[in-house]
Design a protein around this ligand. Sequence first.
Ligand code: GTP
Ligand code: MG
Length: 298
Amino acid sequence: MNISTKSGYVSIVGKTNAGKSTLLNNILGQKIAITSRKPQTTRHRFLGIKTINQCQIVFVDTPGFHTGQKRALNLHMNKIAVNSMKGVDIVLYVLDGLKWNDEDRAKVESIPADTIKILIINKIDKLNDKNMLLPFIEELNRQNSFDSIVPISALKNLGVDDLLCLIEENLPEGEHLYPKNQITNISEKFLASEIIREKCINRIGDELPYRISVTIENFNELENITHINSVIYVEKESQKGMLIGQSGSMLKSIGTSSRKELENLLDTKVMLKTWVKVKKGWSDNEALLPSLGYDLDK
Ligand SMILES: Nc1nc2c(ncn2[C@@H]2O[C@H](COP(=O)(O)OP(=O)(O)OP(=O)(O)O)[C@@H](O)[C@H]2O)c(=O)[nH]1
Ligand SMILES: [Mg+2]
């Protein structure tokens, strides 16, 4: 019997901090994207692949839209997000609760007409007044042309299964694009750099996360242990001091918690060495971005 297969690309876009990466991790049942309560966490576009029987959904996680910052890195991140809405089968436009404004409307209007548009109202677990939800959905339906509007909580796993069914229904017929066991296109080396960046973001003040970039200089898998050497780049000497902390305490804490998560993830012992270096003004220097892993062609 010839059972037809379905497959397609589904971009997860929206303002920064809406919960896009949390949603992707929840759907995959595995952490491939770092998340944080601070905005602008995701800086790259990458894939999370979910194969359910005959259906293969290729999700695209993207940096969140943000305005007011004009550094080269911010411009690059916004460009990735805009481009990620093109050439896909479905766009999931994710909102942080009931926060919707003209910027969102403009972004949604720029999605190509032949793309299925699903609006996701995320974080419904923390809505103060649940009675606001229905009128909000009705109003958005009146003003826009969404194919569907779906309230969910990515964190508490509410409504996510229904969302997956809806995506499956809307996916075109087609051959699977990736092997059925593949869940992402990112390397363990890249994920290691992201995990270290996440541990930095969680431990430092509100400004420093945007001045940090992590690279992996060596990733050597031996039989019983993986050796990883990483460099955390900052923009100024004073930031280097903050990241290292008193008697190295901050860097030690970042290193220990990164190592533990990496050991879990890679299922092996990890020897992690971390250095902090200054690359003056890297986040606003287009020429330096590629050397830190930002692919400006995207
Ligand atoms: N209460 C609640 N918090 C959520 C939910 N989904 C995500 N969050 C939180 O929202 C914050 C941002 O989540 P992320 O997944 O990093 O958001 P993002 O849209 O990927 O952010 P960027 O990568 O910066 O664009 C984190 O603190 C998450 O734990 C949800 O359904 N409910
Ligand atoms: Mg994200």
